[in-house]
Every structure is written in C-alpha cells, then in structure tokens.
Design a protein around this ligand. Structure first.
Ligand code: DGL
Length: 275
C-alpha cells in the first residue's frame, strides 16, 4: 500500500457489541477525518464471562476480518479483549493494535488526588487484575479496588438505561465501592459509559468518573501521526463509517442510531467464524 492510500485507509475498531461505539464516538470527535470500520460481535456477546482462550480466538478472527478491509490500525474498543488478548495479537499481526486499558489507567492516575482508584469492569477484566498492574506500574503507591459488574453489559445491550431495575443493579454492585474513599473510578468496560449518568447519580459528584475512550483516541492520534498515517484534509464526501456485526444487524443499527451523532448506515452481518 502506498503512503497516500495508507492515509486514506480506515481504522478498524471492534468490541463484543455496542460498547465500542463509545470509543468510536470519541475517535470521531478527535479525529473527524479518519474513516472507520467497526465490528460488533453481537452473536457472541458477552466476552466478559468467557475464557482467555476464547477471547483470543474471537479477537484473532475479527482482526483477520478487519484486515480484509485494508485497515491501517486497529483499536480494540473492549476492555476484556484488551486485557486478555492484546499482547498476543500484537505479536501475531503486522498491523498496529491499540487497547483501552493502558489509556484508561493513565487517565485515572492523572485524575486521582488521594491515590485511591476504583475500577469497574467485566468478570474477565477484573479477574485478570490488569488495571491494578498497569496503574501500580505507573505509581506503586496507588491503591486500586476492582469490582466486576457482569449485569451491566446486558442492561446496556437491551437498552435498559432508564429502567428502574438498573438503579437496583447499580446499587447492588457499587454499594461497597461507594463506601470506600476512592476519588476516581474507571469505567473499565466500554459498555459502561452508556450508563454513565446513572452511575454518576449513584456514586455522587465527588468521584471523578474516568472513561478511557478520551485517552484512547489521543493514543490513536499519536500513533497515526508518528507513523505518518494520519488522514489530513477531509474527503469532500465526508469520512466513511462502515458497520459490521456477527448477528442481529437491525437491532444493532437501531441502538447505534441512539448513540452516534449521525445516521448509521446499513449494517452488514459477517460470518465471523469463517475468518
Ligand atoms: N465492552 C466490553 C468491555 O469493554 C465487553 C463486554 C462484554 O462483552 O462482556 O469489556
């Protein structure tokens, strides 16, 4: 691929479902000239209850699919896959791959004043202990309390944000975290920013809620600039956004339309097991 065609090539972004759209939203805000191909693994969500071996296999298949779209870089917009598969797939593939955990950890380290950080995420992410490792790698004095909230993902996927039960489930998971003196909390699952206002309502204004998406988009910008791959000067027709899923394309598109700042184009189903 020539350098010019590389600049115009899309960035691949993936997640187990709709959660990664919170990262796409931020990439579009900070990098409006980049074209994006998104894949949501709606047939196999949730990842958070799966084994590392399975999450690695799913991630490899999605990366192989995204490579058929000639992506110039890939963002794993999923904390679970970033925690369990990023190191492995980075070794395996000849395309730059970014995750969301390191940017999220860095943002929280900047945000905390009392060096006590809470992390909420899927079972797999919390079990991996990756956030504690990365945060304490930056500052060993920081105390990290991690809490798995597995029911948050189906609540989001089913569009239950405003539902009454959501408040009860938030309380069930976060009561113990609210009772600590953490002053920053990482939304360590890309689905959770879609419940942000409900989480904030419960946790109170004193705790800074950190969404790793912001720092992830900064990392992507730095990577594209460093490797001379940034798409400068937008296409007169506008940036292109393509969306693919492994199942239930209409449901995904309907949801995506409530989250994205533009009309989401037709979403195609991909037989991801064949990659
Ligand atoms: N959105 C993903 C994450 O950031 C995965 C959620 C799931 O599929 O369990 O962890």
């Amino acid at each position: 691929m020539s350098m010019e065609s590389k600049k115009g090539a899309p960035v691949g972004v993936f997640d187990s479902g709709v959660g990664g759209l919170t990262v796409v939203r931020e990439i579009i805000r900070q990098l409006p000239d980049e074209n994006i191909v998104y894949f949501g693994d709606t047939a196999r969500v949730p990842y958070g209850s799966k084994s590392q071996k399975t999450v690695i296999r799913f991630s490899e298949q999605i990366i192989r699919f995204l490579k058929t779209k000639q992506v110039k870089a890939i963002v794993i917009a999923c904390n679970t896959a970033s925690a369990l598969a990023l190191d492995i797939v980075r070794e395996e593939f000849d395309v730059p791959i970014l995750g969301v955990v390191a940017p999220g950890a860095r943002a929280a380290v900047k945000a905390t004043r009392n060096r006590k950080i809470g992390v909420v995420g899927t079972d797999a992410t919390v079990r991996s202990g990756v956030y504690t490792k990365v945060i304490q790698g930056i500052d060993p004095q920081i105390r990290v309390i991690e809490k798995a909230c597995p029911l948050f993902v189906p609540l989001v996927e089913e569009g239950f944000k405003e539902h009454e039960v959501t408040r009860e489930i938030i309380e069930y998971y976060l009561e113990s975290l609210r009772a600590t003196d953490i002053d920053a909390m990482i939304l360590g699952c890309t689905h959770y920013p879609l419940l942000r206002s409900r989480i904030r309502e419960y946790m109170g204004k004193e705790i800074q809620i950190v969404n790793p998406a912001y720092e992830t988009a900064i990392d992507l910008k730095t990577l594209l600039e460093d490797q001379d791959m940034a798409n400068k000067g937008s296409d007169p027709a506008g940036s292109r956004y393509e969306f693919y899923v492994s199942d239930t394309a209409d449901k995904f598109r309907q949801f995506a339309n409530t989250v994205m700042p533009f009309d989401v184009p037709e979403t195609n189903v991909v037989n991801i097991e064949s990659y």
